[in-house]
Write a protein that binds this ligand. Sequence first.
Ligand SMILES: Cc1cc2nc3c(=O)[nH]c(=O)nc-3n(C[C@H](O)[C@H](O)[C@H](O)COP(=O)(O)OP(=O)(O)OC[C@H]3O[C@@H](n4cnc5c(N)ncnc54)[C@H](O)[C@@H]3O)c2cc1C
Length: 276
Amino acid sequence: MTTETAPPRMRIVRHPLRYRLLEVRRVHRVTPGTVRVTFAGPALEGFCEQAPTDHVKLCFPEPGAELPVEPVVENDTWMDAPVEPITRDYTIRHYRRDVQELDIDMVLHGTGVGSGWAAAARPGMRLGVFGPRGSEEIPFVHDWYLLAAEETALPALARWLEMLPAGVRVIAFAEVPGPADEQVVETATDLTLTWLHRGDAAPGSTDLLERAVRAAELPEGTGFAWIAGEANTLRPIRRHLRNERGLTKDQVDVDGYWKRGVANHDHHEDEHTDHA
Ligand SMILES: Cc1cc2nc3c(=O)[nH]c(=O)nc-3n(C[C@H](O)[C@H](O)[C@H](O)COP(=O)(O)OP(=O)(O)OC[C@H]3O[C@@H](n4cnc5c(N)ncnc54)[C@H](O)[C@@H]3O)c2cc1C
């Protein structure tokens, strides 16, 4: 008799919650619409990162202030306080422990404290980095991976491609405005990456990723799908993967990184409202 064992589930590894005030060492335009900000400083001592989707909360100064408000942490818990920092979530693109440098790729989308700060970022400016709180450790046991993202999730997509085991089959889709926004990503995986150009359409307004995922030919065996981008555009993709492709809850991680018309979208909100 053969018994089928389910692949091990994702687990969250908690890290000690720390706030660090870091200085910008370098600013580099990765593409016309994305700025790579390299933060540095001895405060990076003890910084942890280990999974593709690891992210931090950047803490921005109030308008007119030079430094951000520091979050209050007691017993490893972020406490309510009379004045809270202005925060936004950003992926850890690279952490170089040997030189204590942290790269964050920030999309210049126009309005918003994060986008505005990134457009003005210069060496010597300081910013708060809070976290990472934890890492979503997804066991790399699957036969294939389906990855899809738009610009805000390209840093995480790139981390997936760098961390997945050599030779594993990966089908990936990346939506960007045009050819100039494509990026070169190092990977040892067996990758088919398709860039999707939305042209003049507004970010978060197209169904390019949905159509690509629907049309994708998925290999035999067990797979895992990770999709991130604008929250509303992802809902039909999550439903398609669960209901039409038959992937289980543990095989699908769909994360709304931002939502059109909403400042500081809470990405955990989607987990509670959309269990397709
Ligand atoms: C886990 C996680 C990781 C993330 N990693 C990254 C990352 O590495 N790099 C990155 O750039 N972003 C990343 N994001 C997305 C980022 O947090 C949001 O885009 C955030 O809203 C940016 O803050 P803001 O202050 O610029 O805009 P907000 O003040 O939050 O929003 C202002 C307005 O801009 C709109 N808006 C927000 N983002 C965009 C966008 N990309 N394009 C068009 N309109 C937008 C909002 O709908 C709102 O109307 C991540 C989000 C999550 C949850």
